[in-house]
Design a protein around this ligand. Structure first.
Ligand SMILES: Cc1cc2nc3c(=O)[nH]c(=O)nc-3n(C[C@H](O)[C@H](O)[C@H](O)COP(=O)(O)OP(=O)(O)OC[C@H]3O[C@@H](n4cnc5c(N)ncnc54)[C@H](O)[C@@H]3O)c2cc1C
Length: 407
C-alpha cells in the first residue's frame, strides 16, 4: 500500500498496485508510464481483445513530441505514420470542390488509431497484467485501498484505480455519477470502419456531404486493397445498445439510404464490416477528475470524440499522471491534485476547438455546405493554413510539462 510520500522521492513506485479500466489508448499509455517507474499495473478491458479500429489520430507541436520521446515511442510512431496526402471535398459525381492540405488535417505525424493502440499494448504486455473480457463491477474505497469486484474475476484490492474506459466510462458512472450529468451531446454521430479500396486511392482522402450527412473515404496507410470509411450524420439523441453492432449497422443503413456518390458501396461494405466504431459526437465535462483513490483519464474525463485531439490529450495526461505519482513517491493526494491542476485547462482548451467537427463534415443545409467549402478554400490558402495550424497547435501545446524523475 502507499507509503509515506517522504519515504520515496526517487520515482520508484514498486510499492504501488494500480488498476486501470480500459485498454484503449489512454489506459496502456498510463500503464507504460507507471510500469517504467516499477508500479504493479493491471489493465482490465471489457472487449475480448485489443480494439484496433478507428480512424487516424495525429500529434502536433512540441508537447506531444516531448511526451512521446520521453516515453520512448516517438520513433516507432514515426516509423508507422500514415504519410497521408490531401483530402478533397467532392461533388456527387466525384468532381473536386476543395482540397484540404495534409498539413491542416494530419498534424506533424499521423498514425492509425489501431496501430497506436497496438504499439502501446506491445510495449507493456510483458510487464503489465492485461485482463480481457472482464469489467469492474463495484468499487469500494477504504483508507488503505480500493476493493474491487469484477464481473468475472475474483475480487482484489488496489492502491489506486484509474478509469480510462472511454466516453461512456463505467468508472466515472460508479464514482462520479450518471453519464447524463457529464456527457454533452453535440447533435451528431460518427461511424468508422474498413472498406475495400473501391476508388483505388493511395494515401489521399475524399469527402462528400449532403445536408446533415457525410461520407469520407481515405486510404491512410497505402494498403492497396483497403480504405477507411467515416460516416457522420446530424441527429437527435438515439437510444441503442452499444454492444449490438447489427443494430448500429441498421441505424446507419437507414440514415444513409438514398445518398449519392459512394454511399451505396460504402453501405454494402458496412454489412460485412467487423471493426465498426459508432458513437455520438460528444464531450465529457466533469467537476473533478479525481476522487479519493480514483482518477479519470482520457475520454472518460474530458473526451471530445472528434477533432479535439482526444488521443493527444490522453497521452499527455497519462504521462503527467504517471510523472506526478513518481514525483510524489506514490502519494496519490499530492499527485492527483497536481494532475487535476495541470490537465484540466489543457483538456478544456483542446475540447474548445473540437465542437465543430459534426457541422464541418455534415453541414445542416446545402447553403452551409457551400459556405463551408468557401471557408475552407480560403483556409487552405497558404497564409490561412498556417493560421489554422497555429490555432490547433496552440491548444495542443497549452500545458507546461514538469521535469519528472527519469524512470
Ligand atoms: C475501437 C475504437 C475506435 C475509435 N475510433 C475513433 C475514430 O475513428 N475517431 C475518433 O475521433 N475517435 C475514435 N475513438 C476514440 C479515441 O480512441 C479516443 O478519443 C482517444 O484515443 C482517447 O482514448 P481513450 O483510451 O481515452 O478511449 P478509448 O480509445 O475509447 O478506449 C476506452 C477503452 O475502454 C474500454 N472499456 C469501456 N468500458 C469498459 C469497462 N466497463 N471495463 C473495461 N474496459 C472498458 C473500451 O472497450 C476501450 O477499449 C475510437 C475508440 C475505439 C475504442
Amino acid at each position: 500500500m502507499t507509503k509515506n510520500p517522504t519515504e520515496n522521492r526517487t520515482g520508484r513506485l514498486a510499492h504501488l498496485d494500480v488498476l486501470i479500466s480500459g485498454a484503449g489508448v489512454a489506459g496502456p499509455t498510463l500503464a507504460l508510464g507507471l510500469a517504467r517507474y516499477g508500479a504493479r499495473v493491471t489493465v482490465v478491458e471489457k472487449a475480448p481483445d485489443l480494439r484496433e479500429g478507428g480512424f487516424p489520430v495525429d500529434f502536433r507541436g512540441q508537447v506531444h513530441r516531448t511526451v512521446l520521446t520521453s516515453m520512448g515511442i516517438w520513433d516507432e510512431i514515426h516509423a508507422r505514420q500514415t504519410h497521408m496526402g490531401p483530402q478533397t471535398v467532392v461533388d456527387a459525381d466525384g468532381t473536386p470542390r476543395v482540397e484540404l492540405p495534409a498539413e491542416m488535417m494530419s498534424g506533424d505525424v499521423e498514425i492509425l488509431r489501431g496501430d497506436l493502440a497496438r504499439i502501446m499494448y506491445e510495449r507493456t504486455s510483458d510487464r503489465v497484467e492485461y485482463v480481457f473480457g472482464d469489467s469492474i463491477a463495484t468499487l469500494g474505497e477504504s483508507p488503505d485501498g480500493v476493493d474491487v469486484t469484477f464481473e468475472r474475476g475474483a475480487p482484489r484490492r488496489f492502491d489506486l484505480v484509474v478509469g480510462a474506459d472511454g466516453l461512456h466510462s463505467l468508472t466515472r458512472r460508479l464514482v462520479f455519477g450518471d453519464e447524463s450529468r457529464h456527457l454533452r451531446f453535440l447533435d451528431h454521430y460518427v461511424a468508422a470502419f474498413s472498406i475495400p479500396n473501391h476508388l483505388g486511392l493511395d494515401r489521399v482522402g475524399r469527402l462528400y456531404s449532403e445536408p446533415g450527412r457525410a461520407v469520407a473515404i481515405g486510404n491512410y496507410d497505402g494498403e492497396p486493397d483497403r480504405s477507411g470509411a467515416l460516416l457522420v450524420f446530424r441527429s437527435k439523441r438515439l437510444e441503442f445498445d452499444r454492444r449490438d453492432m447489427a443494430a448500429q449497422k441498421r441505424i446507419l443503413a437507414e440514415r444513409f439510404a438514398g445518398m449519392s456518390w459512394e454511399a451505396p458501396r460504402v453501405l454494402k461494405a458496412l454489412e460485412g464490416a467487423d471493426d465498426l466504431y459508432f458513437d455520438a459526437i460528444a464531450q465529457i465535462h466533469v467537476d473533478r477528475l479525481t476522487q479519493g483513490r480514483v482518477a479519470l483519464l482520457g475520454d472518460a474525463g474530458y473526451g471530445a470524440t472528434m477533432g479535439g485531439m482526444g488521443t493527444g490529450v490522453a497521452i499527455v495526461a497519462a504521462y503527467v499522471l504517471a510523472g506526478e505519482l513518481a514525483l510524489a513517491g506514490g502519494d496519490h493526494r499530492t499527485a492527483f491534485a497536481e494532475y487535476e491542476n495541470r490537465i484540466r485547462d489543457f483538456a478544456k482548451g483542446c475540447q474548445k476547438i473540437s465542437g465543430n467537427a459534426g457541422p464541418f463534415f455534415a453541414p445542416a443545409t446545402e447553403r452551409r455546405i457551400r459556405g463551408r467549402d468557401l471557408m475552407y478554400r480560403l483556409l487552405s490558402s497558404r497564409p490561412l493554413a498556417g493560421f489554422f495550424r497555429r490555432l490547433t497547435e496552440k491548444a495542443a501545446t497549452g500545458i507546461e510539462l514538469r521535469d519528472y524523475p527519469r524512470p
